[in-house]
Design a protein around this ligand. Structure first.
Ligand SMILES: [Zn+2]
Length: 275
């Protein structure tokens, strides 16, 4: 599964615990921008998530931030002292840092990787909307951002990370089902606050209590999600076959699933159960 906000938060927390206070003794870049910025002798100060972005802040003679976004495939690896990176990933390594304690930290197959002065982080993340998992997340402000183009489809407005960040396709698809909202409903017509509140609650649970992005509470194979990944199979609530649209059939290029019965395209309030 693709990393969404909850798993990025977990990764940030784990890297923060592993790296704070560690000093970089050498760093090698491959195909990274701003690779003239010198990381040697800087110390990890904190690792913080913003939506699906990861910020590693370094301090020392200057304050720099390593900004990364994992998208579908990127990953960070910490290798213990005395061990080497597996040879098969060496070619995919974009940034490799040796730490004073002998460990190695590597960015593998990372699609977005920049080093910037910390006071210029806005140049790479300034467009990112409020993080749905942030402690100070304001649901009404975020709902207004999601609805600022009211004619847009709900699925597209919710996936747009400039509106609200951290929500990925899985959480959006599953929350739309649970709220009985068809993915193509104009976003201006839905209760965006209630939808964001539900997403946030489920994602916090996945981040802090039971990782794995399970939305049904049922860990049995084929029953972990209501509609996501279940094209043509019976709805777990009403037995109607789940509808599916491939990623190349939409402007936002994501696969979409929904239940035609539980998420009617036209608004007939009596058929939409309150969740
Ligand atoms: Zn259904």
């Amino acid at each position: 599964l693709v990393a969404e906000g909850d798993s990025i938060h977990r990764l940030a927390r784990r890297l923060h615990e592993q790296l704070v206070g560690a000093r970089i003794t050498s760093a090698q870049f491959r195909r990274a921008r701003n690779d003239s910025l010198e990381l040697t002798d800087l110390t990890f100060k904190e690792v913080v998530p913003l939506g699906k972005h990861l910020l590693m802040r370094l301090s020392g003679r200057q304050h720099l931030t390593i900004h990364s976004h994992l998208r579908m495939q990127g990953r960070w690896t910490v290798v213990s002292s005395g061990k080497n990176l597996p040879p098969k990933v060496a070619d995919q390594t974009r940034l490799r840092m040796t730490l004073k304690d002998g460990r190695t930290l590597a960015a593998i197959d990372m699609p977005v990787l920049d080093v910037i002065p910390t006071d210029q982080e806005a140049t790479v993340i300034g467009h990112v909307g409020p993080d749905v998992l942030a402690d100070n997340f304001d649901i009404n402000t975020a709902a207004a951002r999601v609805q600022r183009e009211p004619a847009r489809t709900a699925v597209e407005a919710l996936l747009d990370q400039r509106n609200v960040s951290g929500l990925g396709n899985l959480w959006v698809i599953e929350t739309l089902f649970l709220r009985g909202v068809h993915p193509d409903r104009p976003v201006g017509d839905i209760d965006a606050s209630a939808l964001l509140a539900l997403s946030r609650r489920m994602m916090l649970y996945s981040r802090d209590v039971a990782p794995g992005m399970i939305t049904t509470g049922d860990r049995r194979k084929g029953r972990t999600h209501w509609v996501y990944g279940r094209a043509g199979r019976p709805c777990l609530r009403c037995d109607t076959p789940i509808a599916f649209r491939p990623g190349n059939g939409s402007a936002y290029r994501r696969e979409t699933w929904w239940c035609p019965h539980c998420q009617p395209a036209s608004l007939e309030p009596s058929t939409v159960p309150p969740m």
